[in-house]
Design a protein around this ligand. Structure first.
Ligand SMILES: [Zn+2]
Length: 99
């Protein structure tokens, strides 16, 4: 079971999870309130879904390294980052995801 936390706020909230059941079946659960929040854009939603698919489908774990500019090296970072930044650098992040 993996978590994916918000970067802001006093208490990190889980916004998505990849759950693996004992029979091997996997399920992605998304926080509906986060998904529908007015400040959340398509970049945020795609980043979140691809992060969870990274766990469930690619078997990836969290990687919390940062780029020289302070932004996460990968969307497999434990903390969700700006969906706008993700969209601007989408090709980079998707390439890294499948390396
Ligand atoms: Zn995660």
């Amino acid at each position: 079971m993996q978590d994916f936390s918000k970067i802001s706020g006093t208490t990190p909230d889980i916004i998505g999870e990849c759950i693996t059941y004992t029979n091997g079946q996997k399920e992605i659960i998304i926080d509906e309130e986060y998904w529908n929040a007015p400040e959340i854009g398509d970049g945020d939603r795609e980043e979140l879904i691809f992060h969870e698919l990274g766990h469930c489908q690619l078997g990836l774990v969290h990687v919390n390294t940062l780029l020289p500019n302070g932004m996460p090296t990968t969307i497999m970072n434990a903390q969700h980052f700006s969906g706008t930044w993700y969209e601007l650098n989408r090709n980079y992040y998707l390439t890294v995801l499948f390396e």
